[in-house]
Ligand binder design. Structure first.
Ligand code: GDP
Ligand code: GDP
Length: 438
């Protein structure tokens, strides 16, 4: 089940970043064991009362003039409408209502997406409540007063957010079809790949009716099995500002990846893996999705019989944090190896949902610890008692040990490699949870 997306929309200076940071808390520091991950706080994982969601801040840079502000706000709102399950529309009790607020409220109202009207900077509820009522004029329901800076009212606001997903989840729970997102920088060939895939004889394409969000999804039948392709091209936005374009591109990727089971990460063979590619791949990696690195435009490079091996090594060097990713070299132009893509997608889906019996896992672990003694520190040696798989997508294992501190990353990696030697799990990350048992 993909996590719901909650988007924040609002004018400059209403306190979006402050609120975003208050919500994201410590969790915001995105895992930094791989290069190129954005330090900018565009998205974050939030947990509230056992509910997890991905929050995105659609407001990037500040426009230079009032005229630009409205168009900027419209873009923000449109992105939120395209991608989010719930929208937080933030207004400022101290500035009061301005014209742009009404215009954005109109857009959001027409979208039929759940919108929560959050009135920020209510640092003192007694004093400011009379001013909060003014916001009923926007016609998008009850204003929720908060203070991002003093962290007031945030619990009530999150309760409102969560109320909305419960309904949403029920609708989606029926859909068992694998979802595939094609991501990558502009011009790497994403649209060409999807068009070629959908154009194959053996592929039957049908539009998906339903929620507005699904309007950009395409259902595909291949070998009598249905897949859903998430089209990120549909969310393309025009902007002249480089930072803004990059922000939109990240939001688009995060939201598509979040909903996907398998991510086709497309890179341009001629350009090689760039920093932006590494950033995009990192998003899929940190979300535990199935990953296939698709090196496209393979027709456009000169090669001999070693090129493919050398190229593979180069990609693996740069994307060293995801050695499990499958790599395929294709040409959307000539169709080279395009027919292999579905097989690869199917294999990765199988691996994402593979369950290994507890008995077998424990045999592997016992053998592994006998071959390479677990580390010790200050006379105390790590003991591994028991391993069991608790989840799929991604496959998640719990290992019970005597002392968590002794379980170094490198030893976990060693156990992971032993499991991979036995079962492959190609194309999917594996997650390990270390628990202490006295
Ligand atoms: P953004 O442009 O919407 O991201 O707004 P910021 O989060 O950067 O905040 C704009 C200004 O409002 C900053 O000076 C913040 O310190 C201030 N601010 C943010 N939240 C609150 C709040 O809850 N109460 C008060 N009094 N000021 C706030
Ligand atoms: P997107 O922005 O990632 O969707 O990329 P497009 O599918 O629009 O492709 C960008 C450009 O690359 C277009 O000019 C395509 O014709 C070209 N292109 C796409 N795939 C290939 C390929 O396999 N080989 C070559 N030589 N060009 C390609």
């Amino acid at each position: 089940m993909s996590k719901p997306i909650v988007a924040i929309v609002g004018r400059p200076n209403v306190g979006k970043s402050t609120l975003f940071n208050a919500l994201a808390g410590e969790k915001i520091s995105i895992v930094k064991d791989y290069p190129g991950v954005t330090r900018d706080r565009i998205y974050a994982d939030v947990t509230w009362l056992d509910n997890q969601f991905t929050m995105i801040d659609t407001g990037g840079i500040e426009p230079e003039s009032k005229d630009l502000m409205l168009s900027h706000m419209r873009q923000q709102a449109q992105i939120a409408i395209d991608t989010a399950d719930v929208i937080l529309f933030i207004v400022d009790v101290r500035q009061g209502l301005v014209d742009a607020d009404y215009k954005v409220a109109d857009m959001l109202r027409k979208s039929a997406k759940p919108v929560i009207l959050v009135v920020n900077k209510v640092d003192n509820f007694d004093k400011f409540m009379p001013d909060v009522y003014e916001f009923y004029n926007l016609g998008i329901g009850d204003p929720v007063p908060v203070s991002g800076a003093s962290r007031l009212g945030i619990g009530d606001m999150l309760d409102e957010v969560i109320n909305h997903f419960n309904k949403e989840d029920l609708e989606e729970v029926e859909d068992e079809r694998p979802r595939i997102a094609i991501v990558g920088k502009p011009n790497v060939g994403k649209s060409s790949i999807i068009n070629k895939l959908l154009g194959e004889n053996r592929v039957i394409v049908s539009d998906i009716a339903g929620t507005t969000r699904d309007a950009i999804d395409t259902a595909v039948t291949y070998n009598e099995k249905e897949y859903v392709f998430i089209d990120t091209a549909g969310l393309r936005r025009k902007s002249k500002i480089k930072e803004e374009l990059e922000r939109y591109s990240i939001i688009r990727t995060v939201t598509a990846v979040e909903r996907a089971d398998v991510v086709l990460m497309v890179i341009d063979a001629v350009e090689g893996v760039t920093e932006q590619d590494a950033k995009i791949a990192g998003i899929a990696h940190e979300r535990g999705k199935g990953i296939i690195i698709v090196v496209n435009k393979w027709d456009a490079i000169e090669k001999n019989d070693k090129t493919i091996y050398e190229y593979t090594r180069k990609v693996q060097d740069i994307l060293a944090y995801m050695p499990y990713a499958e790599i395929i070299f294709i040409s959307a132009l000539t169709g080279q190896r395009m027919n292999k893509l579905f097989d690869l997608i199917e294999m990765v889906i199988q691996n994402q949902t593979l369950r290994v019996a507890t008995g077998v896992l424990n045999e592997i672990m016992t053998e592994a610890t006998a071959m390479q003694q677990p580390p010790s520190d200050k006379g105390k040696r790590l003991k591994l008692y028991y391993i069991t798989q608790v989840a799929v997508k991604p496959p998640t294992f719990v290992i019970f040990v005597n002392d968590k501190e002794l379980m170094h990353f490198s030893y976990t990696r060693y156990i992971e490699n032993k499991i991979r030697d036995a079962f492959g799990f190609k194309g999917t990350s594996l997650k390990f949870i270390i628990r202490e048992r006295k």
